[in-house]
Write a protein that binds this ligand. Structure first.
Ligand code: ATP
Ligand code: MG
Length: 392
């Protein structure tokens, strides 16, 4: 571990030196057994948060009520005191956190066998629930009795689906049956947390497999939209580094009668909703044949490239390549009405009229005339155009 995770090694060494136990746990151990790089390395210990704060000079209290302290060395690392999650009365979060004295109890409260292993600083694996063999068999299995575990925290059911999408693993039969029986409990989990998991599924390597499982586990029954629709199309999905594009792709597949109703169900932000609507509008225009100069002017390069790509996947219509879009967008004489060499004051002066709705309409017309190269962005030409337009 010393070379692989030097910060974790150093934290464990310090804790052990002070007489405590400490291990790497969770996702990092899972990813180590899978021989892939870990996202972040978490440590569990029998030292209390106070002990941890005493032993390290730079720490942050982030979730101290859950027993977590962030230790800052060359990297930052989360150190959490052994705990169990005592009683659950609302299917979502423990009513109280109880610190426990043994590693085993800490590992027992974790969700899946692959996530419930610990590693000593000498790289010795502690694996009470056969996580390693489940990983070898590509299986996601709840720790202990699945019905009980999902009854404690319903989010775990969706995490199972998300891990399946990320890793390509299958759910162990009893774990799957428990989800199918208890799927409705997901309704107790806040939609914000559900949204995060859905977005993680969309960003996964095995997204279609994850969505099939979302449907076959019946979890999808609890949410808006027909999730079984066009699942195979997601194999070609890319979000271009923007989470909101998942919602755009989803909306294009769903074709809902009311887009706001659908996106509000998932508590999408206004920025996300606007982005989705832009993509949908650009796709709709493309379906009618081609994009006009006004379309190339109106939509951002990002929206055009995304819409063209999604339209090709979902509607299987031929569309523009990214290079073509960049080229055509560049050929538009202006990229904003602010670049027009005359402004509202000029138009008011030429017309002798006060500001009013007519002005906005006229600027719109003028912009389109320039975008479509009917006239050049030149003061004299614009004035001639204006005098012609203004007559009728
Ligand atoms: P990732 O690589 O996506 O971060 P991870 O396994 O580290 O995966 P986290 O959500 O960061 O996932 O959680 C860290 C660990 O905490 C898990 O490996 C698991 O042991 C435990 N855990 C997280 N959420 C739950 C939960 N809802 N119920 C039980 N254990 C959980
Ligand atoms: Mg993690």
């Amino acid at each position: 571990m010393k070379n692989r995770w030097p910060t974790a090694y150093q934290v464990i060494e310090t804790l052990e030196h002070a007489g405590f136990e400490a291990y790497v746990v969770g996702g990092a151990v899972r990813d180590f057994i899978r021989s892939v790089d870990a996202n972040d390395v978490d440590i569990t210990t029998n030292a209390t948060p106070m002990d941890v704060k005493r032993l390290f000079s730079r720490t942050f209290d982030v979730g101290i009520e859950h027993g977590t302290v962030i230790v800052v060395l060359q990297d930052t690392i989360e150190v959490t005191t052994f705990r169990s999650e005592a009683t659950y009365s609302d299917f979502r979060r423990p009513d109280q956190v109880t610190f426990v004295s043994s590693l085993r109890e800490d590992l027992e409260r974790r969700d899946f066998t692959m996530n419930a292993m610990a590693l000593t600083k000498e790289d010795e694996l502690i694996d009470y629930f056969d996580g390693k063999s489940d990983i070898a068999n590509y299986l996601i299995r709840a720790v202990g009795e699945p019905n009980e575990r999902f009854g404690e925290d319903a989010l775990r059911m969706l995490r199972a689906v998300r891990f399946s999408a990320q890793l390509g693993y299958t759910l162990h039969q009893e774990t799957m049956e428990a989800i199918q029986a208890l799927h409705h409990l997901i309704g107790h989990v806040s939609i914000e947390r559900v949204k995060v998991e859905i977005e993680k599924i969309w960003a996964s390597k095995h997204v279609a497999k994850g969505l099939e499982l979302f449907v076959s586990s019946k979890l999808a029954d609890n949410f808006s939209g027909d999730w079984s629709r066009s699942i195979s199309k997601w194999k070609e999905f890319t979000n271009f580094g923007l989470t909101a594009n998942g919602w755009a792709f989803f909306a294009l597949i769903q074709q809902p009668p009311n887009i706001n109703t659908l996106l509000n169900h998932y508590k999408c932000s206004n920025a996300e909703k606007n982005h989705v609507k832009q993509i949908m509008l650009a796709v709709e225009k493309l379906e009618k044949g081609y994009w006009s100069n006004d379309d190339f002017y109106q939509f951002s390069e990002e929206v055009l490239i995304t819409a063209s790509c999604y339209s090709a996947i979902i509607n299987e219509v031929s569309s523009y390549s990214a290079e073509k879009i960049i080229q055509l967008k560049k050929a538009i004489p202006i990229s904003s009405s602010r670049q027009i060499v005359v402004n509202g004051n000029d138009l008011m002066e030429w017309s002798g009229q006060k500001r009013g709705p007519w002005l906005k309409e006229l600027i719109h017309k003028l912009t389109s005339a320039i975008v479509n190269r009917e006239i050049q962005n030149d003061r004299l030409q614009i004035k001639e155009w204006f005098l012609r337009e203004y007559k009728h």
